[in-house]
Write a protein that binds this ligand. Structure first.
Ligand SMILES: CCCCCCCC/C=C\C=C\CC(=O)SCCNC(=O)CCNC(=O)[C@H](O)C(C)(C)COP(=O)(O)OP(=O)(O)OC[C@H]1O[C@@H](n2cnc3c(N)ncnc32)[C@H](O)[C@@H]1OP(=O)(O)O
Length: 725
C-alpha cells in the first residue's frame, strides 16, 4: 500500500509494504491513486514520495515476476505519470532505493537522500533489466559510462557516490523527510521542464561508438553465459541511439525476453534460496526461531596455512579481535607475513570507504605459539592439516584451556565432527565450519552440526557467517558433508570418462560451456591432486595399506579408477608441481595446456586394462557428471543431512562455482524434469552396474512416481523416519 497525507501545501505519499516496501500491485495502485489525488487537489502545490520505516523501496516485488499476475508491468506508466506531473515531485530516499524503487525516484523532479542510503538497479542480478524506463532515464542523468556500470553490474552505491554522480540533488545527515518537504516548498512554481529526465539528451561522449564496443567486450566477459548483462547493455545502447520513447519500447522488448528466460527464474529462485537457508532447522527440532546466538567478542584461529590465513583475514575484516596461533615460531612468522600481505591488500581495496582495517594493533590481532592465550576467547576456529589424530589432540587441549561455553569450530572438509568432538568434555560446543578457499573471498560457510552440537552453537556459527558477510548453510554430519559428498561422484564420473576414451580438456570444456568457471580437471589441478590422494590413502583405497591382490580398478566390489593415484605417484600434483591433468608453464604456473604425455599415458593405461577407447559425446559427459552429482543430492535430502534442496543449491552456487543463472543443481534437475534425470541415470547405471553413484536414489524414484512435483514440495514427500540423523 501507500499512505496519502496532505500537509498545508505538500502532499506526502508514503510507500508501505514491510519489510522493504517492495512495489506490489497494491502499492503501485495506491501510488497511482495518491498521485492523481494530489493532482486533483488545488491546495496541493507539491508532492513528496518516501518509504515507511526508513526505507524508500527495494523495487518490484520479486515474487510477482513468477506469479501469473506479474507486478512489474504497471510501473513504467506510473513513473511517467510522476514525471509529467505539473506539480514538483520530490523523492526522499532513506535506506534503499533499488530497482523499481530507484526508477520511481528517477521519475521524480528532485531527489534528496540520507547519508546512509544506498541506491542501485540490481535487476541484472535477478536476470532482468530495469524495465520501468530506468535504462533510458539513468544515462540521461548521470551519463552513459556510470549508468552502464550501475545497470550491468547491479551494484549498490552509497549516497555520497550518488551525489558525486548527480543521481541525487542533495544528501542530508538528519531528517530526510523534513529536508524533502523543505525542498518541495522551495521549488514550488519553478519550471519543471529541465527536471524531466525523459526530455534531456543523453550526454555525448567524444567517441561513443568506440566506448560502447569496448564496454560490450567487458560485459560479455563478466557475464559468463548469463543473458541479462548483455541485454542491459543493449537497452542502454538504445538510449544512446534512439529518442526516449523508442528507447523505452526497446527496453520493454528486451525485458520481455529476459522475463520469459529460464535464467531469470533461476536467479530469482537463488535470491530467495539464499534467504531461506537462514531459517535453519535440524531433524531433532532445533531451529533458528528458538535458538539464540552467543556473543563473539574475541576469537582465535589455530593454524596459519592457506585456510587459516584466509580465515584470519575474514575475522579482521569483520572487526573481531583475534588471536592467531601456530605450533612453532617458524610457522608463526611465515603465517604472520602471509596474513599481513593479505590484510594490506584488503586494506588497499577498502581505501576511501567508510571502514578501515585495524590490524597493526596487537589488542586486535595477536600472533602467538602459546595455547594459554586462548583462555578468554569466545570462539576458536581450528584450521590445521586435515588429520584426525592432530585435530583430536588440539580439541582435547582446547577443551581444557578454553573458558566454559567457548565455541570450538573445526575447519574440515570431510572429517567426522562427532569423532573430533569426542576428544573434548564439551561436545555440545563443537561444530564444523567448512570454509572454502580462498577463505576471505569465497562466500560459502558450510556449518556442520554433530550429534551433540547445541542449538546455541549452531545459532552462533550462523551469526558468525553473517558477521563475516558469508552465506552460512547448516548441514548434518556425514563424510564430505553436502558439498564434497556431491562432488565425489561428479569427479569420479569425470575420471571414468577419461578411462573410457575422453580427454581432460574435452570434459572441462563441456562443463565450462555449461557455466562452471572451471571444469573438474582444471579444478583438481588448482586444488592439488595430492589432497585427494592423501584422503584415499587414509581410507585405505590406495597406498601401502591396500591389501595385496586388490584389483587395480575395483574397491569393495565397485568400480574404482586409480588414474589420479598414478598421476600422484609420478609427482603430478597439478599447478603446484607444473604438471597434473594438464601441463603448466612452470611449477605454480596457471596456464593449463593439454599434455601429450597424458594422452600417451591414458592410451597405455587403456591398453593395460583392456579398455576399448570410444568416442564420448558432450551430452553423455554433461549428464554423467551432473546427474550423478544431483543423484547424490537426492540421497542427502532423503537422509536428512540437509533440510531442503535450496540448501544444496546455495552451497553449490556459493562454494563450487555452479552457474547461478542455472539456479543450483537441484533447481536445474527440476528444470530438466525429474523423469528425464531418472531415465538417464537408469540408462547409465545399466551400462555401468558397478558404479553406485549412477544408481538412481530411492527419493528421486519416489518423486517421479508421485508425478514430478515442483521443487518446493519435494520435502513433503519424505517421511520423518527416513532421516538417519
Ligand atoms: C507483464 C510484463 C511486464 C513488462 C514490463 C515490465 C516492467 C517492469 C517494471 C519494473 C521492474 C522492476 C524490477 C525490479 O525492481 S526487480 C527488484 C530489484 N530489487 C532488488 O533486486 C532488491 C533485492 N533486495 C535486496 O537486495 C535486499 O533484500 C535489500 C533490500 C538490500 C535488504 O537486504 P537485507 O536487509 O539483508 O534483508 P533481506 O535481503 O533479508 O530482505 C528482507 C526480506 O525482504 C525480502 N525482499 C527483499 N527485496 C525484495 C523484493 N524486491 N521483492 C520481494 N521481497 C523482497 C527478502 O526476501 C526478505 O524476506 P524473506 O527473508 O522472507 O525472504
Amino acid at each position: 500500500m501507500a499512505q496519502y497525507a496532505r500537509g498545508s501545501t505538500v502532499a506526502v505519499i508514503r510507500l508501505c509494504n514491510p519489510p522493504v516496501n517492495a512495489l506490489s500491485r497494491a502499492v503501485l495502485q495506491a501510488l497511482e491513486d495518491g498521485l492523481k489525488k494530489a493532482d486533483a487537489d488545488p491546495s496541493v502545490k507539491a508532492v513528496m514520495i518516501c518509504g515507511e520505516n526508513g526505507k524508500f523501496s527495494a523495487g518490484a516485488d520479486i515474487r510477482g515476476f513468477s506469479s501469473p499476475e506479474r507486478s512489474g508491468g504497471a510501473l513504467g506508466p506510473i513513473v511517467s505519470l510522476i514525471e509529467s506531473s505539473e506539480k514538483p515531485v520530490v523523492a526522499a530516499i532513506e535506506g534503499v532505493a533499488l530497482g523499481g524503487g530507484l526508477e520511481v525516484a528517477l521519475g521524480c523532479h528532485y531527489r534528496i537522500a540520507h547519508m546512509k542510503a544506498r541506491m542501485g538497479l540490481p535487476e541484472v542480478t535477478i536476470g532482468l533489466l530495469p524495465g520501468a524506463e530506468g535504462t533510458q532515464r539513468l544515462p540521461r542523468l548521470i551519463g552513459v559510462p556510470a549508468a552502464l556500470e550501475m545497470i550491468t553490474t547491479g551494484k549498490h552505491i552509497p549516497a555520497t557516490e550518488a551525489l558525486k554522480l548527480g543521481l541525487v540533488d542533495e544528501i542530508v545527515e538528519e531528517n530526510t523527510i523534513e529536508a524533502a518537504i523543505r525542498l518541495a516548498n522551495k521549488v514550488i512554481g519553478q519550471p519543471l521542464g529541465p527536471r524531466r529526465l525523459s526530455l534531456k539528451p543523453v550526454p555525448k561522449l567524444p567517441n561513443m561508438e568506440a566506448f560502447l564496443d569496448k564496454a560490450l567486450v567487458k560485459v560479455k566477459k563478466q557475464a559468463w553465459g548469463c543473458l541479462a548483462p548483455e541485454l542491459c547493455f543493449q537497452a542502454v545502447r538504445a538510449a544512446t541511439e534512439r529518442p526516449f520513447a523508442e528507447g523505452v519500447r526497446r527496453e520493454r522488448e528486451l525485458f520481455q525476453v529476459l522475463l520469459s528466460s529460464g535464467q531469470a527464474q533461476a536467479l530469482q529462485y537463488a535470491f530467495f534460496a539464499e534467504r531461506a537457508v537462514r531459517r535453519w532447522a535440524t531433524p531433532s527440532g532445533a531451529s533458528w526461531s528458538s535458538a539464540a546466538p552467543q556473543p563473539v567478542r574475541k576469537a582465535a584461529v589455530i593454524g596459519l596455512g592457506t585456510m587459516g590465513r584466509g580465515i584470519v583475514t575474514c575475522l579482521v575484516k569483520a572487526n573481531i579481535p583475534l588471536v592467531a596461533l601456530e605450533q612453532d615460531l617458524e610457522n608463526l612468522n611465515k603465517g604472520r607475513k602471509a596474513v599481513m600481505v593479505l590484510l594490506e591488500r584488503e586494506a588497499m581495496k577498502m581505501e576511501g570507504g567508510a571502514q578501515t582495517l585495524d590490524f597493526h594493533n596487537p589488542a586486535r590481532l595477536q600472533f602467538t605459539v602459546d595455547f594459554d592465550q586462548l583462555r578468554d576467547v569466545d570462539l576458536v576456529i581450528e584450521a590445521v592439516f586435515e588429520n584426525m589424530a592432530l585435530k583430536k589432540e588440539i580439541f582435547h587441549k582446547l577443551s581444557k584451556i578454553c573458558k566454559p561455553g567457548a565455541l570450538l569450530c573445526t575447519n574440515t572438509s570431510a572429517l567426522n565432527i562427532d569423532e573430533i568432538a569426542s576428544a573434548t568434555n564439551h561436545p555440545q560446543q563443537v561444530i564444523g565450519t567448512h570454509f572454502f578457499s580462498p577463505a576471505h573471498v569465497m562466500r560459502l560457510l558450510e556449518i556442520i552440526y554433530g550429534r551433540h552440537t547445541s542449538p546455541t552453537a549452531i545459532a552462533t556459527a550462523m551469526q558468525l557467517a553473517k558477521a563475516l558477510k558469508k552465506v552460512g548453510v547448516v548441514v548434518g554430519n556425514c563424510f564430505g558433508f553436502v558439498g564434497n559428498r556431491m562432488m565425489f561422484p561428479y569427479i569420479q564420473q569425470a575420471v571414468f570418462l577419461l578411462e573410457e576414451g575422453s580427454r581432460p580438456e574435452a570434459v572441462d570444456q563441456v562443463l565450462e560451456d555449461f557455466g562452471f568457471k572451471i571444469g573438474p580437471f582444471r579444478m583438481s589441478d588448482l586444488a592439488g591432486l595430492d589432497v585427494g590422494w592423501r584422503s584415499r590413502k587414509d581410507q585405505g583405497l590406495t597406498g601401502p595399506s591396500l591389501p595385496a591382490g586388490t584389483p587395480a580398478r575395483q574397491r569393495h566390489g565397485q568400480r574404482y579408477s586409480p588414474l589420479p593415484d598414478l598421476l600422484c605417484e609420478q609427482g603430478r600434483f597439478g599447478q603446484k608441481t607444473g604438471r597434473g591433468w594438464y601441463q603448466y608453464e612452470k611449477a605454480g604456473g596457471r596456464t593449463a595446456t593439454p599434455d601429450p604425455w597424458l594422452l600417451n599415458f591414458l592410451s597405455q593405461y587403456r591398453d593395460t586394462h583392456g579398455i576399448k577407447t570410444r568416442f564420448i559425446d558432450q551430452e553423455e559427459i554433461l549428464e554423467r557428471c551432473l546427474f550423478s552429482l544431483i543423484n547424490e543430492g537426492f540421497a542427502i535430502l532423503a537422509e536428512g543431512i540437509a533440510s531442503g534442496p535450496e540448501h544444496l543449491d546455495v552451497i553449490y552456487i556459493n562454494g563450487y562455482g555452479w552457474p547461478k543463472h542455472r539456479g543450483g543443481p537441484m533447481f536445474y534437475a527440476s528444470t530438466v524434469g525429474l523423469p528425464r534425470v531418472l531415465a538417464k541415470l537408469q540408462k547409465y547405471s545399466e551400462a555401468h552396474p558397478d558404479v553406485p553413484g549412477l544408481r538412481p536414489s530411492a527419493f528421486l524414484k519416489k518423486l517421479v512416481a508421485v508425478g514430478n512435483p515442483p521443487l518446493k514440495e519435494w520435502m513433503s514427500y519424505l517421511s520423518q523416519q527416513s532421516s538417519k540423523l
